[in-house]
Design a protein around this ligand. Sequence first.
Ligand code: SF4
Ligand code: SF4
Length: 99
Amino acid sequence: MLYIICNSPKNIIFVIYEYLTEVNLIMAKAKGKIVINTEMCKGCEVCVVACPQKCISIGDKLNLKGYAYAIQDATNCVGCAACGIVCPDGAITVYQSKE
Ligand code: SF4
Ligand code: SF4
């Protein structure tokens, strides 16, 4: 937790920097996992673009509706939930644990 009285623009910039550093440290220690409901996925790639860790891609296999669906192909997920939030079909469930 950070308490600083912002009495100058320099202090405000410092507070923002410290806040972002703290958030980055928290996210760096977080471990995430996603579960994609492949039958709900239509392969729109919105989650692929949204993932800051670049750990989702569209695979080769098709679901029963004929869509190539999203897969998590890396283990560096931090559980930020960006993919789950942007998925228009609610096909992604995100789990996060702190190390
Ligand atoms: S939870 Fe975040 S890091 Fe993990 S796959 Fe989704 S967007 Fe990527
Ligand atoms: S955003 Fe949802 S529907 Fe689109 S590819 Fe990702 S999981 Fe599939």
